[in-house]
Design a protein around this ligand. Structure first.
Ligand SMILES: Cc1cc2nc3c(=O)[nH]c(=O)nc-3n(C[C@H](O)[C@H](O)[C@H](O)COP(=O)(O)OP(=O)(O)OC[C@H]3O[C@@H](n4cnc5c(N)ncnc54)[C@H](O)[C@@H]3O)c2cc1C
Length: 506
């Protein structure tokens, strides 16, 4: 039977006020609506009943104890820029815990670690580093809006401005302060030893931090995170090469990225796409949709960008020459033509700007957009993108596709961007059908959804990985016996979401 939750009563609101103070608790309807987002990353979102803004881990703990007593669901949110994912997915919506008041940041250049609270925004971290620590860079998401947080992105396992070298954001984490759903507070990594610095992730025993990373706020609330910062050399540029097929961009990028301890170390971000990615950044009625127009303005059908950072001009030149040589050799060997693009200095500058804001205009095309993200082995990404583009066209969406290398092209993050008219009747059902069809096919190929949604990716994946799912349900029930935390977001357990058949059923 579906898990039952209670509504947030006036009495609960009074107790929340007693914990956080009057000005940090609201049930105002317009304010609750201001947190709502359907789109960007997820379409399932329910209006929360109450917003609370704690100041520290102790207040977070007290709120969770209260939520357990009242059986109210609690949804944690940092910047809220993962769209629907930072909102409740079930009714009643319960307590929305806006963490933005907790915004302290400390920087330790000796141990090369920064400590952030959940409210530290990427734009602020970048600005502070630029003026106070110019030789270091905070690991912020490359393209997320400046209000997205460092911590939100790290616990989501997102992709950063140096992801091509350093891997997913969660790999950068050195320790966390966690408030469990039952209200207990603990630290992971070497931080678990009182007085110790967060210098060693694997800490003083088996490290449970993976349970919280990618859990979409359903296992515990992170109130602090120690994360590696990276060196920031200032000889930088971006080069791009075009092609006609996905293999034209995927294969040379693989050769460049696997040149580890060589040019690949200075190629911090490798990302590509197709011409539709350019076209869908404008309102639909304002731009031609056929390729001929884009060809004339020098946009290839597909292309790959390489953002390079180096300590000297010589190092940068050597990296660019290394990339070019791999392309030239590839052209001869494979009998392909893969032109280097003639980038305008403004194009280079906008790519190098952080956070780069390039992804924001997709909403212009038709008012709605949705990023769907998958991981697969790098060399299989061409096949995934081909299949995705065909499916997008079949469903009437422009085949807008983006791909990036994670950790020297060990993995690809493949992201179709669904541009749609959110006022079109039935559009959300159509998106769900599209998601279901592609998900079923991709899971058979062993590809993995990066930010599973509650009603398609999670149940489809877990019904194929039953043993793993059973373990997740066990862990969750230990950590959160009343299942109050962001219930249903990852469908762990299924009865916290729906009374439809569980993914465990045959
Ligand atoms: C235009 C655009 C471009 C983007 N580009 C990128 C990009 O380049 N790279 C990238 O990785 N991402 C990108 N994103 C996705 C997203 O913005 C980032 O992952 C973002 O950093 C998420 O951080 P946030 O602070 O907004 O998290 P939120 O949306 O607030 O939270 C993310 C998830 O974590 C949970 N959560 C939040 N805080 C806590 C907490 N303290 N404890 C436990 N759980 C918590 C939430 O419930 C939610 O499930 C982009 C998004 C947009 C809209």
């Amino acid at each position: 039977m579906t898990q039952m939750y209670n509504k947030v009563t006036d009495e609960v609101v009074k107790k929340l006020v007693a914990i956080c103070g009057d000005q940090y608790v609201t049930t105002s309807e317009p304010l609750r609506h201001s947190y709502m987002a359907r789109g960007i990353m997820g379409n399932e979102a329910v209006l929360p009943e109450c917003i609370v803004r704690p100041a520290n881990a102790e207040e977070v703990s007290k709120i969770l104890v209260l939520a357990n007593e009242n059986l109210s669901p609690v949804t944690p949110a940092a910047g809220g820029l993962s769209g629907g994912f930072a909102l409740p997915a079930i009714e009643p919506g319960g307590i929305y815990m806006d963490m933005t008041r907790m915004d302290k940041m400390t920087v330790d250049t000796e141990n090369r670690v920064m400590v952030v609270e959940p409210g530290v925004k990427s734009g602020d971290a970048w600005r502070i580093f630029k003026t106070k620590y110019p030789d270091w860079a905070p690991p912020i998401p490359d393209g997320a809006p400046p209000a997205a947080t460092v911590l939100g992105d790290a616990i989501e396992r997102g992709f950063s401005l140096v992801t091509g070298v350093y891997g997913p954001q969660a790999d950068m984490i050195m320790g966390m302060e966690v408030v469990l759903p039952t209200g207990e507070i603990f630290h992971t990594g070497s931080w678990a030893l009182p007085g110790a610095k967060p210098f060693y992730r694997w800490g003083i025993g088996p490290n449970p931090d993976g349970l919280f990373l990618g859990s979409q706020g359903s296992m515990g609330i992170i109130t602090k995170c120690a994360i590696k910062m990276v060196p920031h050399p200032h000889y930088k540029t971006v080069v791009a090469y075009g092609g006609e097929t996905w293999d034209d961009i995927i294969r040379p990028a693989w050769e460049i990225s696997k040149h580890e301890m060589g040019i690949a170390e200075r190629t911090v971000m490798v990302q590509g796409g197709n011409y539709e990615l350019v076209m869908t950044r404008w309102p639909k009625e304002n731009v031609p949709v056929d390729y001929e127009f884009y060809k004339k303005i020098g946009v290839d059908q597909k292309w790959m960008n390489y953002e390079c950072w180096a300590w000297s001009k010589e190092e940068l030149d050597e990296t660019l020459q290394g990339i070019d040589k791999i392309y030239k050799d590839y052209e001869v060997r494979e009998k392909r033509t893969l032109p280097q693009q003639d980038l305008h200095p403004k194009q280079v500058a906008s790519r190098l700007k952080k956070p780069n804001k390039i992804a924001i205009p997709y909403s212009l095309w038709q008012a709605g957009f949705l990023f769907i993200t998958w991981y697969c082995p790098w060399l299989e990404s061409g096949e995934m993108m081909e299949e995705y583009c065909t499916a997008m066209e079949n469903y009437g969406f422009p085949p807008t596709m983006w791909v990036a290398s994670i950790d020297h092209a060990r993995q690809a993050i493949v992201m179709p961007i669904l541009c749609y008219d959110s006022t079109e009747p039935g559009i959300f059902d159509k998106i769900r059908e599209f998601n279901l069809e592609t998900t079923k096919s991709f899971l058979k190929k062993g590809w993995i959804n990066y930010r599973p949604d509650t009603f398609v990716h999670a149940p489809e994946t877990f019904s194929k990985a039953k043993e793993y799912y059973k373990m997740l349900v066990k862990f969750r029930k230990v950590l959160d016996p009343n299942l109050i935390l962001h219930p249903g977001r990852l469908a762990i357990p299924w009865e916290s979401v729906s009374d439809e058949p569980s993914p465990l059923q045959e």
